[in-house]
Design a protein around this ligand. Structure first.
Ligand code: ZN
Length: 399
């Protein structure tokens, strides 16, 4: 925790929800941070004298946004699948690679065989790169262990990353990623529900399930999610990515915190999400890497659904770590405006992990901020894949 004063901010994105402007932009602004928490925000000309003596960071005319909240990652894994990526680009289908024992199964094998120290070092390196790209909070799923002890180990690694890095980690149990260990999906769900959840729930905030072709049916997913809730976990759902299964409506019906992917949703699915409190987490870097249809960001936003964004960082379908890149894709490829995409990558992400004090710059908020090496947030989609983080501030400290 630390105290400082940011001055010389040409454009400050506050995401102040009382403002009619979505991003609550303040020009020529200052932000005072005391003990890791935002204490004052406003035009620099109005800075109260009580904050004038804080250690000062002069932004020299740059823009400042809240730290990115990456709402969906599979960060704990070993190995890489660059060969598979190249095979797909040469025309092979992911489903065929998966059916032949490649895909996720090769990552599970590499992850199970990696030492805990190697797994921690690799995951920590990814988290630190994300932090340098302005991401201050990440959701991290297990899901490459697929056996009780292995899943537990991945959640312990996720927690260790949160302790070793300044980045905040929100852990999710994804034991129901794909059926494994020679079990069919029904028998594997029995294992998740009867054994894995009891062991893993104490180390997780959310329970997730991959409801799709080649993974789990809607009925099986319902069993996993209801059991997760019985163990005190919030719910997230991999929904409507490869095929439309009804998973989005299941998420809405169960009051899941998020429904993720949504590439194949219908207007009725969007309407169901809009009637619920479920946040739509869009992952356009997956569609980019997979050359598959992008999620309909415009449709979801216009339907009134709360939208968040994530990298889905994983070794198979999206080895992306930068939310700058994701914002660019969300804008150019899914139909969100720059303002909507910036909001979704910050405030939307915070709502997707139920962190009301993140993704905003207002008194009482966690002081997670990114000083952009640009005069405006509009440079993020305009200059895709550039790391525009000039300085990253986590809990009021320049990291
Ligand atoms: Zn995922």
């Amino acid at each position: 925790m630390s105290s400082l004063l940011l001055t010389g901010i040409r454009q400050l994105v506050t995401n102040d929800s009382t403002d009619s402007d979505l991003l609550g932009v303040i020009s020529e602004a200052a932000v005072a941070v005391v003990d890791g928490t935002v204490a004052w925000v406003g035009p620099e000309a109005d800075l109260p004298s009580e904050h004038a003596g804080l250690a000062r960071v002069d932004c020299e005319g740059r823009a400042v946004i809240p730290g990115f909240v990456d709402a969906h990652t599979h960060l704990v894994f070993a190995g890489d699948r660059s060969d598979e990526f190249a095979r797909r680009l040469r025309g092979e289908r992911y489903e065929d690679i998966l059916a032949a024992g490649g895909g996720i199964h090769s990552t599970v094998e590499a992850t199970r065989n990696a030492s805990t120290e190697a797994l921690l070092e690799a995951t920590l390196a990814r988290a630190e790169r994300m932090l340098r790209h302005g991401t201050t909070t990440i959701e991290v799923k297990s899901g490459y262990g697929l056996a009780t002890g292995h899943e537990l180990r991945l959640l312990e690694v996720a927690a260790a990353v949160g302790q070793r890095s300044a980045i905040d980690v929100v852990p999710t149990f994804l034991g129901a990623h794909v059926p494994a260990n020679g079990l069919d999906s029904a028998a594997y769900v029995d294992l998740v529900v009867n054994e894995m959840l009891a062991a893993c729930a104490p180390y997780a905030r959310y329970c997730d399930v991959f409801c799709d072709e080649g993974a789990f049916s809607v009925a099986e997913s319902r069993r996993v999610l209801e059991a997760g809730r019985a163990h005190g976990l919030g719910l997230r759902v991999h929904a409507e990515q490869l095929s439309r299964t009804g998973a989005a409506q299941l998420a809405a019906e169960l009051g899941a915190t998020t429904a993720d992917h949504l590439d194949q949703i219908t207007f009725e699915d969007a309407a169901a999400l809009a009637r619920s409190q479920t946040v739509a987490v869009l992952l356009p870097a997956v569609s980019f890497s997979m050359r598959s249809p992008q999620p309909p960001g415009r449709l979801l936003w216009d339907a009134g659904v709360t939208v968040a964004l994530g990298t889905d960082c994983n070794p198979g379908t999206s080895y992306a770590e930068s939310m700058f890149f994701v914002v660019a894709l969300a804008t150019v490829e899914t139909g969100l405006t720059p303002e909507e995409a910036i909001w979704a990558s910050t405030r939307g992400g915070a709502l997707s992990i139920e962190a009301g004090d993140k993704g905003v710059v207002e008194p009482g908020a966690v002081a997670d901020l990114v000083i952009l090496d640009a005069p405006s947030y509009a440079h993020i989609p305009y200059r895709p894949a550039t790391n525009l983080a000039w300085k990253v501030i986590k809990d009021g400290r320049v990291v």
